[in-house]
Design a protein around this ligand. Structure first.
Ligand code: ATP
Ligand code: MG
Length: 327
């Protein structure tokens, strides 16, 4: 039996290059060594998208499609839908007793996400959103995951899960597995507009499902070095988004030298990048029918639910809630 890893994606839109380099590439590599559970986190997506359920619903199949296109293999990876595992919600309620509100409010991941969600919450965050680290602790522990791939910014979340597990096990006896973080290397991919993060709904993303024409026009609109106005101006690749993208795909030393010396124009540089990205995306355009994707998700969910049920039975025994077993 391979050790289990839990990873997740929120169905809030189609997936983009940031998701590929920030998580999917790693997930695909993990498949040979680990028993990968890939959760489509629709319940979590609703915490800040409760007003647009149709968007979450549509995105469930979209993210499953993008994951398969990147090489997630449903014959080895368990792809499932969070809301179809009610045991996660149950465990969230129990774990909620072990986390203080102050701890949630001071969590750096929650704080920085909240800063981005001012438009949704204003000054008054919902109980559901504030509590999402608790539900994340339930997502991880309900499947006995030993390891969770995380970006640097998500480390405080995993620390919280680990604390909750230790507290649970101290109070009720050793029941839950304490997960380890597996740091995903690679910086956050910035947006076409130069913003810190390429985001699903920020209008600054190259989606894995974009056609070659769309990629071409998006790349042409990407921000570059503001000081390089003419072809012969010397460039500063360290501030250029287009250069940052080149580096993802190729050894960019030659590009860098040409840019710095003023022998590379931005338009040609962008055309070259669009070609590189299109070449990269070309093998990822496999068509999957909605019916097939749903079938993959429902089969994965069935498998995941067996694990979740077993954990909940253990949890309820530990918490003296095992009335049915005792009858
Ligand atoms: P949302 O705005 O709904 O949270 P998102 O684009 O952040 O959407 P998630 O589903 O929350 O997407 O993220 C899934 C994973 O992809 C996370 O591990 C996240 O860190 C990673 N990821 C998302 N965007 C980027 C990016 N621009 N660069 C690197 N990794 C990213
Ligand atoms: Mg996110």
């Amino acid at each position: 039996m391979k050790p289990r890893v839990l990873t997740g994606v929120r169905p809030t839109g189609a997936l983009h290059l940031g998701h590929f380099f920030g998580m999917l590439e790693q997930t695909v590599l993990l498949q040979s060594e680990f028993d990968v559970f890939l959760m489509v986190a629709d319940v979590q997506a609703l915490t800040d998208n409760f007003f647009q359920p149709e968007r979450v619903r549509e995105s469930v199949l979209a993210v499953a499609r993008d994951a398969l296109r990147c090489g997630v293999d449903p014959s080895v990876t368990t792809l499932f839908i969070q809301s179809l595992i009610p045991e996660i919600a149950e465990l969230t309620v129990f774990l909620g007793n072990l986390v203080s509100v102050a701890r949630l409010e001071s969590n750096p991941t929650v704080k920085s996400e909240l800063a981005l969600k001012r438009g949704v919450f204003g000054d008054s965050v919902s109980f559901g959103f504030l509590g999402y680290p608790v539900s994340q602790a339930a997502d991880i522990t309900v499947f006995d995951a030993v390891c969770v791939p995380v970006g640097e910014d998500q480390l405080p979340m995993l620390e919280l899960t680990r604390d909750v597990v230790r507290k649970f096990n101290r109070l009720y006896g050793v029941t839950l597995v304490e997960p380890q973080a597996r740091l995903v290397s690679g910086a956050r991919l910035r947006g076409l507009d130069g913003l810190e993060k390429m985001g699903k709904s920020l209008g600054n993303a190259i989606f894995l499902s974009d056609s070659s024409d769309v990629v071409g026009s998006k790349v042409l609109g990407a921000v570059t070095d503001p000081l390089k106005l003419r072809l012969k101006d010397v460039g500063h690749p360290e501030v250029c988004t287009v250069f940052a993208y080149h580096q993802l795909f190729v050894d960019a030393q030659g590009i860098e030298a040409e840019c710095r010396s003023g022998s590379r124009g931005c338009v040609a540089c962008k055309k070259e990048l669009a070609g590189t990205i299109n070449h990269f995306l070309e093998p990822m355009q496999t068509e999957y029918s909605d019916a097939y994707l749903l079938q993959v998700l429902l089969e994965g969910t069935k498998k995941a639910r067996v694990v979740a049920r077993e954990t909940l039975a253990r949890v309820k025994r530990a918490m003296k809630l095992d009335y049915v077993e005792a009858a």
